[in-house]
Design a protein around this ligand. Structure first.
Ligand SMILES: *Cc1c(COP(=O)(O)O)cnc(C)c1O
Length: 407
């Protein structure tokens, strides 16, 4: 079982070797090959079963191959897949309305990957700065945070503080000011009359699920209001119920001006991303000033519409909130001598290892051997983010293994 191809079955070892030979080495994957998946479970070609505790970096919040999403994919594939935006299609308007309602914003702009949605938000923020705020030409500044992760384009890595993400990719795009995350005074001090926006993650996922202090987002909102600056919130990883709310900013009862979305918007099936904002901001885009050949394609829109329905119908926000609390409680109760702290919100969690515990890869490898797939972020942090469709029993099964590995 688990064989992926009709002509020849490759073993995991053969596939890893083949990838190493022919695929660029821009990742360092855990040594497991996945050839089949359903819900929270995945299988390798040899038939070994694992519980997925990464969810493709939160792109599979609805679980692998959710029947409703796969049905939408198949049904749409039989009718219409791509038109480009040169013509209208009958799926993008329906998806746009649904996503606008889901975000509480007037309008949305569709792209494909998270990085493209971030680029869209940056272009929108700059345009808004010039056309609405009156910033002099080419002077717009956007404030961003240390340890940020917003994607891999040349502009985005221009304001990354991760040396690996930047090295030898210069010259970089100017116009960004990097300040300390979780520090309102640093943001306030960086504001100038030319500040157009503040871009941040409500929880820094790639930085190791770093949760800012309660009140931080509220403080950012106040600074933005005071100085007429856009609050641009990157919810690519934290959005769509992952942290126990539809969006992570909702934990503080505030509303950002611009919401960037991706990952789980595609229901674990297709790359679908979007930016949401009200008319006064989105209106800076006019025909020809921004676009994407595949953005808003009917196949992606049908899939994303179903992906949103699943989140709502299965109340995955409430589930993530409840199971997340339970997950952290049990992790803390393990009193593992290896663990420094446990942190997170909803089902986006991390275990920060003590220095003396050694590298996180040792533990993610041991977890994999026992059937739990998690990935380290940095060398001392393990992220746990199972699909939100996980049951308490499945979570307990994983927790028993985590306890064994961390004891
Ligand atoms: C993954 C991620 C992105 C980039 O998304 P891609 O689809 O990989 O381009 C942007 N921002 C955050 C917070 C992310 O986690």
């Amino acid at each position: 079982m688990g064989c992926c191809c009709k002509k020849k079955c490759y073993s995991s070892a053969e596939l890893m070797h083949m990838e190493h030979t022919y695929g660029a080495h821009n990742y360092h994957p855990l040594e497991v090959v996945i050839s089949k998946a359903e819900g929270v479970w995945v299988w390798d070609p040899e038939g070994k079963k694992y519980l997925d505790c990464l969810s493709a970096y939160s792109a599979v919040n609805q679980g692998h191959r959710h029947p409703k999403i796969i049905k939408a994919l198949k049904d749409q594939a039989d009718v219409l897949t791509l038109t480009s935006r040169a013509f209208f299609n009958d799926k993008w308007p329906v998806f746009a309305k649904k996503l606008a309602e889901y975000t509480g914003k007037d309008m949305v702009l569709p792209m494909n990957t998270g990085a493209e949605a971030v680029e869209t938000a940056l272009k929108m923020t700059r345009r808004w700065g010039y056309e609405k705020k009156g910033i002099p030409a080419d002077k717009a500044e956007i404030i961003v945070m240390k340890e940020n992760f917003h994607g891999r384009t040349t502009t985005i890595v221009s304001f990354s503080t991760d040396p690996d993400a930047r090295i030898n990719y210069g010259p970089f795009t100017p116009g960004f000011k990097v300040v300390e995350y979780n520090d309102l005074k640093a943001v306030e001090a960086a504001i100038t009359p030319n500040t157009a926006g503040i871009l941040l993650e409500p929880i820094q996922g790639e930085a190791g699920v770093f949760v800012p202090f309660d009140g931080y987002l509220k403080g950012i909102r106040e600074i933005c209001d005071k100085h007429n600056v856009l609050f641009v919130c990157d919810e690519v990883q934290t959005g769509f119920c992952r942290t126990g709310k539809k969006f992570a900013f909702m934990h503080e009862g505030i509303v950002p001006d611009v919401i960037i979305m991706g990952k789980a918007l595609g229901g674990g099936v297709m790359p679908v991303s979007a930016v949401a904002a009200n008319k006064d901001i989105m209106g800076v885009f006019t025909p020809g000033t921004h676009g994407s050949t595949f953005g808003g394609n009917p196949l992606a829109c049908a899939v994303a519409t179903a992906a949103l329905d699943v989140l709502t119908e299965e109340k995955l926000d409430e589930k993530a909130e409840e199971l997340g609390k339970y997950f952290r409680e049990r992790l803390v109760k393990m009193k593992s001598p290896k663990v420094d702290i446990v942190r997170g919100k909803g089902l986006l969690n991390a275990v920060v290892l003590k220095k003396e515990a050694g590298k996180a890869r040792i533990y993610t490898t041991a977890l994999k051997e026992k059937g739990v797939l998690a990935k380290e972020t940095h060398e001392w942090i393990i992220r746990f983010a199972p699909p939100l469709t996980v049951t308490k029993e499945e979570l307990d099964w994983a927790l028993d293994i985590i306890a064994e590995v961390l004891k």
